[in-house]
Design a binder for this molecule. Structure first.
Ligand code: ATP
Length: 243
C-alpha cells in the first residue's frame, strides 16, 4: 500500500513485531488487562509521532506531525508526556502544544469528536489519532446481551469513521480496549466481546498485551496475516516505552 509510514513505539522489539512500528492508514488496537500498558503506549506514540522521519516520527522539515488524544476514562496525564518528551531531548512545552487533548464524556460525544476530526486532521497535520479506550463508554451505556446489536452497530460506525480518517489522511489510529486476562474465554462471550468481532474499514492490527515480571510487558499480534505470529517483550520505564 502506498505512502505507508510507521511511528516508533520506543521499543525496537515491539517495532519489529509490528513490521517497523505503528502504521499509518491502519487501525492498531492494543488490548489487554488493567495495567498492561495500553495507555502508556498511547502516551508514547503521541510524543514519538512528533519526531523527525529519521528518528521514527512523522515530522518532515518544519512540518510537525501532531497527535489527537481522545480520552474516555480520564487517564491521560500531561506530566507523563512531559517526562517522555524530556527523555527524548524534546521541548516538553512544544510537544504538549502539538497534542490535541479531548475528553469524551459519553459515546455520542466520542462519535461527534471523530466526525469533527475530518476538519482538524488535514488542517493541523495530525498524523496520529488515539482513542483510549474505544470501548468503555459503549460498554457502560449499552450493557449486556440485550444491547449487543445496537452497541456493535454504533461501535462499527465509529470504527468505520476512524478507518476512513486513517486512509484518507494517511494517519495512524490507535485504539485501546480493556479486556480480562484470558481473551480466548472473553471473546467466547459476545456480551463482553465489544472489540472482538468488528469490521474495520482500514486494515487493522490487533495487539494483545500481557503483564510480565516487573516493568516488562509481552505483546503479541493476533489475526494479522501479514505479520508473524510472534511475541515481543518491552518495558515501561520512567522515560516511557523501551526495550
Ligand atoms: P488501564 O486499563 O488501567 O488504563 P493500561 O493498560 O492503560 O491500563 P497503563 O496505564 O498503560 O495501563 O500502564 C500502567 C503501568 O505503567 C503501571 O502499572 C506502571 O507499571 C507503568 N507506569 C506508569 N507510569 C509510569 C512511570 N512514570 N514510570 C514508570 N512506569 C510507569
Amino acid at each position: 500500500r502506498m505512502n505507508l509510514r510507521k511511528i516508533t513505539t520506543g521499543s525496537k522489539n515491539l517495532d519489529d513485531l509490528l513490521g517497523g512500528g505503528i502504521e499509518t492508514k491502519t487501525i492498531t488496537e492494543f488490548f489487554g488487562e488493567f495495567g498492561s500498558g495500553k495507555s502508556q503506549l498511547c502516551h508514547q506514540a503521541s510524543v514519538n509521532v512528533q519526531l523527525p522521519l529519521e528518528q521514527g516520527g512523522l515530522s518532515e522539515g518544519d512540518k510537525v506531525a501532531k497527535a489527537v488524544y481522545v480520552d474516555t476514562e480520564g487517564t491521560f496525564r500531561w506530566e507523563r508526556i512531559e517526562q517522555m518528551a524530556k527523555c527524548l531531548g524534546l521541548d516538553p512545552d512544544q510537544v504538549m502544544d502539538n497534542i490535541y487533548y479531548i475528553r469524551a464524556v459519553n459515546s455520542d460525544h466520542q462519535m461527534a469528536i471523530v466526525e469533527e476530526l475530518f476538519n482538524l486532521v488535514p488542517k493541523e497535520n495530525v498524523k496520529l489519532i488515539v482513542v483510549d479506550s474505544v470501548t468503555s463508554h459503549f460498554r457502560a451505556e449499552y450493557p449486556g446481551r440485550e444491547n449487543l446489536a445496537v452497541r456493535q452497530q454504533k461501535l462499527n460506525k465509529h470504527l468505520h469513521q476512524l478507518g476512513k480518517l486513517a486512509e484518507v489522511y494517511n494517519t495512524a489510529v490507535i485504539i485501546t480496549n480493556q479486556v480480562m486476562a484470558r481473551p480466548d474465554v472473553f471473546y467466547g462471550d459476545p456480551t463482553q466481546a465489544v472489540g472482538g468481532h468488528v469490521l474495520y474499514h482500514a486494515p487493522g492490527v490487533r495487539v494483545q498485551l500481557k503483564k510480565a515480571r516487573g516493568n516488562k510487558r509481552i505483546a503479541r499480534v493476533v489475526d494479522a496475516p501479514h505479520l508473524p505470529e510472534a511475541e515481543a517483550v518491552f518495558a515501561i520505564t520512567d522515560c516511557g516505552i523501551r526495550d
